[in-house]
Design a protein around this ligand. Structure first.
Ligand code: DQQ
Length: 459
């Protein structure tokens, strides 16, 4: 099925040409190009035979697909080339990934050296560069985040000790011989957090941020706090995304100094749907992340994405609910962006991917009483295999009397930015065209601004 004839295939979010993708890997801005590697199964639209797929972009928005970067072709990685990062060592780009063997029971850090164009890769003869697990850590010993300080490289992995999730910290001068420094952090929630997947650790001003996808919780959390060179002490903690589908994000600093995050949004339409469509998995739009003065993460869509905003389909300033409904009456599309600023004292609903006939609709509700946004997927699809949950998050607002929302609607993915601290990534699979949108409220609603634009395709 071609991209255009597949009603669920995103048109302005990154997807692989075909088959399965999961975690973003090796994000790096190198010689003017953004590189997005990703976990990839080239053989099927389900997880397995992990490779690293590869794409490049000059503008963070339009991606050019490149050949597979890394395949599971050595004894030490024959069961998978798992997630990792890209760094620049001695002026040369190097990939650090997890080589998996022994049916998953051996998982160890490996290196692949790249040429200057970051197009060809050769695996280090010394692989795996760490081949024994210290400190009673379990065989799940994978996923890498690194930084350079003085003459040392520091590496943090995701692991556990059989009870708690643990992020072990190592250091090396040459990337080949590694010294164990202890546990950067370990979880104190043995029920929800037995294994840290995909740790991401970086400095932000005087503070540090640790982001991880713990199992079995399977939600992404961040912690901000203090790092003393050996251990990290969190002060604040929250979810990175409040929606249904976001997992295993990775962030990197680009040449302009911005910290940019991509996350993987898996399908929620049932396995059969993915297998029939021949693709699975999509990346979020690039998110600029930063810590505010209170140590909370803020999120904005990278401004580069505005180049995709096309025709203005509706625009109103200081309008009533009835005026907004009239403006939206003729709006139709499955690749749209809605920017709205509404009075925060009135409960209201943005209804998107709406089909008046089938009654399929996805509702983004602002609950003024509880100062909470609720994303309601219970009526998103007549297909009973789809996730039909409600997702909610209290909204952190400053003293302003309004709430600003941006809804990025792209076929089966919707990203909801609510205020500056809250994002929901949602997956919806209406069985009808569901191209309409509207706003509902029980009371008088003042809308300071409403803009709806069609979005250009990148595929
Ligand atoms: N996905 C990779 C692992 C990682 C997991 C395997 C998280 O490296 O822990 O595909 O989604």
């Amino acid at each position: 099925m071609s991209h255009c004839s597949d009603p669920h295939r995103p048109q302005y979010h990154f997807t692989a040409p075909q088959q399965w993708i999961n975690d973003p890997n090796g994000l790096i801005h190198w010689n003017g190009e953004y590189h997005l590697f990703y976990q990839y199964n080239p053989h099927a639209a389900y997880w397995g035979a992990m490779h690293w797929g590869h794409a490049v972009s000059r503008d963070l928005v339009h991606w050019h697909h490149l050949p597979v970067a890394l395949a599971p072709d050595k004894d030490y990685d024959k069961d998978g080339v798992f997630s990792g990062c890209a760094i620049v060592h001695d002026g040369k780009p190097v990939i650090v990934y997890t080589g998996v063997s022994a049916n998953g029971m051996q998982q160890f850090p490996c290196l692949a050296y790249a040429d200057d164009t970051l197009r060809t890769f050769h695996k280090a003869p010394e692989n795996p560069v760490i081949h024994a697990r210290p400190d009673h850590l379990v065989h799940d010993f994978r996923d890498h985040t690194m930084w350079h300080d003085g003459e040392w490289w520091y590496q943090v992995l995701g692991s556990g000790d059989g009870t708690h999730a643990v992020a072990p910290l190592f250091r090396s001068m040459d990337l080949i011989s590694w010294e164990y420094l202890g546990r950067l952090i370990q979880s104190d929630d043995a029920v929800n957090e037995q294994l840290y997947e995909c740790p991401d650790f970086f400095a932000s001003g005087a503070q540090h941020v640790f982001i991880t996808s713990p199992l079995p919780m399977r939600r992404v959390v961040y912690m901000s706090g203090d790092f003393n060179g050996r251990t990290f002490t969190p002060q604040k903690r929250d979810y990175v995304d409040h929606g249904s589908s976001f997992y295993a994000p990775q962030s990197f600093t680009d040449a302009t100094g911005r910290r940019i995050m991509f996350g993987w949004c898996q399908e929620h339409g049932g396995d059969q749907l993915s297998r029939a469509l021949g693709w699975s998995g999509v990346m979020t739009l690039p998110r600029i992340i930063a810590l505010d003065d209170a140590g909370k993460l803020t999120y904005t869509v990278a401004p580069e994405v505005t180049v995709l905003e096309d025709e203005t389909l509706a625009h109103g300033r200081d309008i009533t609910l009835a005026q907004a409904q009239t403006l939206l009456q003729h709006v139709a599309g499955d690749a749209l962006v809605i920017h709205a600023t509404v009075s925060a004292t009135t409960t209201c609903e943005f209804v998107v991917r709406y089909d008046p006939q089938s009654k399929e609709q996805t509702i983004i509700r602002w609950d003024a009483e509880y100062q909470t946004v609720i994303c309601d997927l219970s009526q998103s699809s007549l297909n009973q295999n789809c996730v039909r949950e409600q997702y909610r998050a209290p909204i952190h607002r400053d003293s302003s009397s309004t709430l600003t929302l941006s809804l990025y609607i792209d076929h089966s993915i919707i990203e909801v930015y609510a205020g500056s601290h809250t994002v929901f990534s949602l997956r919806v699979y209406p069985t009808h065209p569901a191209q309409r949108c509207t706003i509902r409220a029980q009371e008088l609603l003042h809308i300071s601004e409403l803009v709806v634009r069609s979005m250009k395709s990148i595929v």
